[in-house]
Design a protein around this ligand. Structure first.
Ligand SMILES: NC(=O)c1ccc[n+]([C@@H]2O[C@H](COP(=O)([O-])OP(=O)(O)OC[C@H]3O[C@@H](n4cnc5c(N)ncnc54)[C@H](OP(=O)(O)O)[C@@H]3O)[C@@H](O)[C@H]2O)c1
Length: 330
């Protein structure tokens, strides 16, 4: 089996990641051997490689946080929780950029068969983030407007689709005009390129509608641009740091217009939400993704032994969707 591993962290993520060949381990207890079918490279994976993420595993570490696999072999006490050939969600943080992984049977979540494994492999992180950003901060009614930046990101695309399903309208801020059509195809109401005059363009596009929720994945001046678009008393939620800069926000927004700034991290939501809520959220999302109602664009896919190219492609801007590790199993 081939796995992607890193022994140090550094500013250029593709420089620290490498592949290692390992013997297939003998299974003990309830261990299961899984063929990895697909695993995405997310910005959080890159921040983990550079040492900038909120939690960092000890070194050396196998890379890749989420993904799906197919049960290849069952250990002696694996029981009936999963069966050979079944498609399952891989446990978070197991090192999914691998041809194979070993996991305990009780940690595997069976997934619908006949669904696209690439789409299923992106389910753990981005779809619940998009869903919770829409539901956890501001009470919204059908017809209400929401504004987000990095709108053509994985999270952004899910958010557009989920907002549309809930009857919400979205202003989608991007840094490239060429992604506008794809976003409109997903259900975006308007797509606007970021800049100092963002609030004027948004007022024009929405007919001056009140916007009470702004969702920021960028930081830097982009945060201030979103804050300018909010109605008095509105809430801005930051959940990402794509610019690498601190969120800038003018005291004029905070003092004169009573804008509230909050942060969201899915890992913290997991700590607070009970099992029932987690199950309900993932149940809904799995049904929508398996049924093709909710999807993310895929830019390209790579075998595990191309991990350096894959990570470099994921770290580059201007992609047309996610970069996935799709191991070749001969
Ligand atoms: N807080 C949480 O729990 C949580 C959960 C999931 C994701 N996230 C965060 O959400 C963000 C999006 O994740 P994702 O997986 O959806 O991302 P993604 O699909 O990899 O897309 C990245 C997006 O960021 C944009 N971008 C990159 N550099 C930028 C810059 N300097 N200024 C403005 N935009 C820039 C890209 O625009 P171009 O296409 O123009 O390059 C693209 O829209 C990341 O910051 C990620 O860490 C947070």
């Amino acid at each position: 089996m081939i796995r992607a591993r890193y022994e140090r962290r550094g500013p250029v993520p593709q420089d620290v990641i490498e592949t290692v060949e390992m013997d297939e381990p003998a299974l003990t207890g309830e261990e299961v051997l899984l063929e990895v079918l697909s695993a995405p490279i997310n910005p959080s994976d890159l921040l983990t490689l550079t040492g900038d993420y909120g939690v960092l595993p000890p070194l050396p570490s196998f890379a890749g946080n989420e993904g799906v696999g197919r049960v290849a072999k069952l250990g002696p006490e694996a029981g009936n929780a999963v069966r050979q050939g079944q498609t399952v969600l891989l446990p978070v943080g197991i090192g999914t950029w691998s041809s194979h992984v070993v996991a305990r049977a009780s940690r595997l979540v069976p997934l619908p068969e006949n669904a696209d494994p690439m789409q299923l492999s992106m389910i753990t992180v981005n779809p619940p983030t998009a869903s919770l950003l829409l539901s956890e901060f501001v009470h919204l009614e059908p017809g209400d407007w929401v504004i987000q930046n990095a709108a053509n990101s994985g999270v952004g695309g899910y958010l557009v689709q989920l907002a549309r399903k809930r009857g919400l309208r979205t202003v989608n801020v991007v840094r490239r005009q060429e992604v506008a059509e794809e976003l409109k195809d997903m259900g975006a109401d308007c797509v606007i390129v970021d800049g100092d005059a963002l609030a004027d363009h948004v007022r024009e596009a929405t007919g001056g509608a009140d916007i009470r929720l702004a969702i920021d994945a960028v930081g830097g001046q982009a945060t201030d641009h979103l804050a300018d678009c909010l109605a008095e008393g509105g809430t801005l939620v930051n959940y990402g740091l794509m610019s690498g800069e601190a969120c800038h926000i003018s005291p004029k927004s905070l003092v004169f217009r009573d804008i509230t700034v909050k942060g969201f991290w899915l890992a913290r939501w997991f700590r607070a939400a009970d099992r029932e809520r987690q199950r309900a959220l993932y149940g809904d999302l799995t049904r929508m993704i398996a049924g093709g109602e909710l999807r993310a664009r895929v830019d390209s896919s790579y075998d595990v032994n191309q991990i350096k190219q894959a990570v470099a492609a994921a770290a580059a801007g201007g992609r047309n969707g996610k970069v996935l590790i799709v191991p070749h199993h001969g």
